[in-house]
Design a protein around this ligand. Structure first.
Ligand code: SF4
Length: 411
């Protein structure tokens, strides 16, 4: 029997079993073993196993999804693989004793999506187990999306996994969270995780457009915690604060992710500077929008080319131009979906989330900045002032958008 961590509705864990189902693999020895901390930077290449991570559970052999659909035998357990289409289980769940989800390799987040879909869309209430390349670090996130038992890898220790449960804030309770506008922080976290998992499930190549704002850092943290296949990019306009540029590096290192930078075309920037001067955007709305078009809008178009969905950290309370912001929109210009999962979040919600998960933040916030963009077009605001008052403050409120968020229709 494998080492199993079972989780009850209160988030308490119970360890059972002790015999590893497969031999502990020898620890990979880095080429420069013995050279101090440098060793830690070497990540051994872990190849996915050729077959499923397990063949049997405590009640017998696992069935594949196809075998179950072909000949369902009551009391069976199935083992889902990342590429399986879980929608096929609609109205085919009766009689299943267990659904296990295989995570064949670290970093493949499709198992989270399976769990979300089974719990939230198909209403599956039975036992749901994660197995394969799962670690103690993932226990919390796995439980959040509905897994109630986790088969630990043969080389994992039970104690750290059980300890990870002590940080639970939201044990799985299907269907509890309703009323997005009035949800508390715990519910907001849960809803955000569900929304992101749904985006990952629905789309082939979704991406978060991150300005490294607090909101985008919240979404980045959730994507990374859940291991979701959602890319993250930023528009490196060439006029960002040093603090923002530093945060790109800090974020990539903290979460072990890549943040792709999209930059403006050098020729277009040079032509603008020759025509209007380096800071010509102060001279009128048209000049400012032209600068934004070159440094932001065109790079965004490049970043979204070939994608079928994108996400932003926009919130309704950020200003009059965003007061009717939808959580799900159609980007009509590109014909793709656009998601604003924090649309109804307050600034207090964002700060509470950041504190809860110790999310790295732009150092400018501590200096009175609330909405952060390019260095020459952003300033700190006074307490209580409109959050967008620090952006293009020389213009009317109605014009204070950069053109990144036009041509959308709320669903
Ligand atoms: S925010 Fe200012 S510097 Fe940045 S692209 Fe727009 S006008 Fe140019």
């Amino acid at each position: 029997m494998t080492l199993l961590l079972s989780i009850n509705a209160d988030g308490e864990g119970r360890i059972s079993g002790a015999t590893p189902e497969r031999a502990v693999p020898p620890r990979p020895v880095p080429a420069n073993d013995g050279h101090g901390d440098v060793r830690k930077k070497i990540v051994p290449i872990v190849r996915p196993p050729a077959g499923p991570s397990a063949t049997a559970w405590e009640g017998g052999s696992y069935l594949t999804l196809a075998e179950w659909l072909d000949a369902p035998k009551p009391g069976s357990a199935i083992l889902l693989q990342p590429a399986d289409d879980v929608r096929q289980l609609a109205d085919r769940l009766d009689g299943l004793a267990l659904i296990a989800v295989d995570f064949p390799r670290i970093g493949d987040g499709r198992g989270y999506t399976h769990a979300f879909f089974l719990r939230e869309r198909l209403g599956y209430k039975g036992p749901l187990r994660a197995l394969g390349a799962v670690t103690a670090d993932q226990v919390n996130a796995l439980a959040r999306v509905g897994f109630d038992s986790i088969s630990l890898r043969a080389d994992q220790l039970a104690d750290p996994a059980e300890a990870a449960l002590h940080t639970f804030t939201v044990p799985y309770q299907g269907g509890v969270f309703r009323g997005r506008d009035t949800a508390n922080l715990k519910a907001r976290i849960r809803l955000l995780e569900l929304d992101l998992a749904e985006v990952a499930r629905r789309h082939e190549s979704p991406a978060l457009a991150s300005s490294l704002s607090a909101e985008d850092m919240v979404i980045t943290d959730a994507i990374a915690r859940l291991g979701l296949p959602i890319d993250i990019f930023t528009l490196d306009t060439g006029r960002l604060h040093a603090e923002t540029l530093a945060l790109i590096e800090v974020t990539a290192a903290r979460y072990g992710i890549e943040i792709t930078r999209y930059q403006p075309e050098a020729d277009a920037v040079a032509k603008y500077v020759t025509t209007y001067g380096e800071n010509g955007f102060y001279d009128g709305v048209a000049q400012r929008k032209e600068c934004c078009a070159i440094r932001k809008v065109k790079p965004l178009a490049n970043a979204l080319a070939g994608r079928d969905a994108w996400l932003t950290g926009q919130r309704r309370e950020q200003g009059v131009t965003r007061s009717a912001l939808g959580e799900r929109e159609n980007d009509e210009e590109r014909g793709i979906a656009k998601y604003n999962p924090l649309a109804v979040w307050s600034w207090a919600d964002v700060l509470a989330y950041a504190a809860h998960f110790d999310v790295p933040m732009n150092a400018l916030y501590a200096r009175g900045y609330v909405s952060i963009g390019c260095e020459p077009c952003t300033k700190a605001v006074r307490p209580g002032e409109d959050p967008r008052a620090g952006r293009w403050w020389w213009e009317n409120q109605e014009s204070r958008e950069c053109g990144l968020h036009t041509n959308v229709k709320t669903n």
